[in-house]
Design a protein around this ligand. Structure first.
Ligand code: SAM
Length: 314
C-alpha cells in the first residue's frame, strides 16, 4: 500500500557533488538540446512545472513568484519613474512579466542568448510568462547579454540580470566581472538601478555571492545585498541591487506600499513594504562574509563555478 503511494520517478538538483535535492516528478514535458544547452521541462509533484538547463534547476511554477518578484520589484519600485528596462537572460519570461506590471514602463528589452529556451517557455510555461512575450512594449533580442550591453547605444532606467550561474564552460560567466559591470553602469540613466541574481547565501557556498558583491562595489556607489527564501530550492537565494545613489534603506514601508498601489497592475504575492525590510536585513554570517571578501572578479581570471552535478554532456 505504502509502496504504491510513493512516486517512483525523481529528478536531482545538485548544489554540490555532496548535496542533492530531489523532486518527485509526474513526467517530462520537454527534453531537447539547443546550440547553447540541454533544456528540460518537467512536471513535479510538489512545485508544478520546472525549467532545468544543463541539469541546473532554474525555477518552479509554484514559487517562482518569490524569486522573480524579489529580483525585479525592489529596483523598479525604488526608481522614481521606471520607463525603459533591459532584462539580460530571463528565459521563462517571468522577470519580463514582473517588469510589465508597471504602468510607467514603456519599453522592456529582453536579451537571452538562447531562442530555444524562449520557444519552450512560450509553449510549456504559460503561467511564468503570462503573455509577456507578446506585450507590445516587449522587444526580444537573441544575443549574448554581454555583447548586447557593450554594443547598444540605448540607456535604461533599470537593468536586470537573470542569467544562469557562472558555471565553467557555461554561457554566463563573462557577465559577472568588473569589466561587464562597468559597461552596465554606462548604459544606465542618471538614477539607474542594476538588479542581479547572485547565487545562494547558504553558509557552505558563499563564495560567488560575496565576490559579486565585492566586485559591484568597485563600480557602483551604492551596493545593497539582499536575499529571499525559495522553498523549492530549500535555501535562501541571494540578489544584489547596485545604484548610482538611490538607497533601498531610505524608503519607508508605507511609501513602498503606496508606490505598489499606484504603479502596479494586479496584485503582488511576495513583495510589499514589510517584505522589503525583511529582504534587505541579511543575517550576521552573510554580512560578515561580504565584509571580509577581498576578491574582485575580473575578465583576466573570471570566476567559474565547478559544474556541481553529473558530468556535463558534450
Ligand atoms: N532563475 C535562474 C537561476 O536561478 O539561475 C535564471 C533564469 S533564466 C532561465 C536563465 C537564462 O539565462 C536562460 O534562458 C539562458 O539562456 C540565459 N543566459 C545564459 N547566459 C546568457 C548570456 N550570456 N546572455 C544572455 N542570456 C543568457
Amino acid at each position: 500500500m505504502l509502496k504504491k503511494d510513493v512516486p517512483s520517478r525523481w529528478i536531482y538538483d545538485y548544489f554540490s557533488p555532496f548535496e542533492v535535492h530531489k523532486h518527485a516528478i509526474k513526467g517530462t514535458i520537454y527534453h531537447g538540446y539547443s546550440e547553447i544547452q540541454e533544456i528540460v521541462i518537467a512536471e513535479s509533484h510538489s512545485f508544478g512545472r520546472c525549467l532545468i538547463l544543463d541539469n541546473e534547476f532554474q525555477s518552479f511554477e509554484v514559487d517562482e513568484f518569490v524569486y522573480h518578484e524579489a529580483l525585479v520589484q525592489p529596483a523598479l519600485i525604488l526608481h522614481p519613474e521606471p520607463t525603459k528596462i533591459a532584462i539580460i537572460g530571463g528565459g521563462e519570461g517571468a522577470a519580463l512579466r514582473e517588469v510589465l506590471r508597471h504602468k510607467t514602463v514603456k519599453k522592456a528589452v529582453m536579451v537571452d542568448i538562447d531562442d530555444k529556451v524562449i520557444e519552450c517557455s512560450r509553449k510549456y510555461l504559460p503561467s511564468f510568462h503570462n503573455g509577456s512575450f507578446s506585450d507590445e512594449r516587449t522587444k526580444l533580442v537573441f544575443k549574448d547579454g554581454r555583447k548586447f550591453i557593450e554594443e547598444t547605444d540605448e540607456t535604461f532606467d533599470v537593468i536586470i540580470i537573470d542569467i544562469t550561474c557562472p558555471l565553467e564552460g557555461g554561457p554566463s560567466f563573462k557577465l559577472f566581472t568588473q569589466e561587464f559591470y562597468e559597461h552596465v553602469r554606462q548604459k544606465l540613466t542618471a538614477q539607474g538601478l542594476f538588479s542581479i541574481q547572485a547565487s545562494t547565501t547558504s553558509p557552505i557556498s558563499l563564495h560567488t555571492y560575496t565576490v559579486v558583491n565585492r566586485t559591484l562595489k568597485e563600480v557602483f556607489p551604492g551596493v545593497f545585498p539582499y536575499a529571499a527564501y525559495v522553498p523549492s530550492f530549500a535555501m535562501y537565494w541571494g540578489f544584489c541591487l547596485a545604484t548610482k545613489g538611490l538607497d533601498p534603506n531610505q524608503i519607508t514601508k508605507e511609501d513602498i506600499d503606496k508606490r505598489i498601489s499606484e504603479r502596479i497592475k494586479g496584485e503582488l504575492r511576495f513583495y510589499d513594504g514589510t517584505t522589503h525590510q525583511a529582504l534587505f536585513n541579511l543575517p550576521k554570517y552573510v554580512r560578515k562574509a561580504i565584509k571580509e571578501q577581498k576578491h574582485i572578479n575580473r575578465d583576466s581570471e573570471p570566476l567559474m563555478e565547478k559544474y556541481p552535478g553529473l558530468v556535463k554532456k558534450e
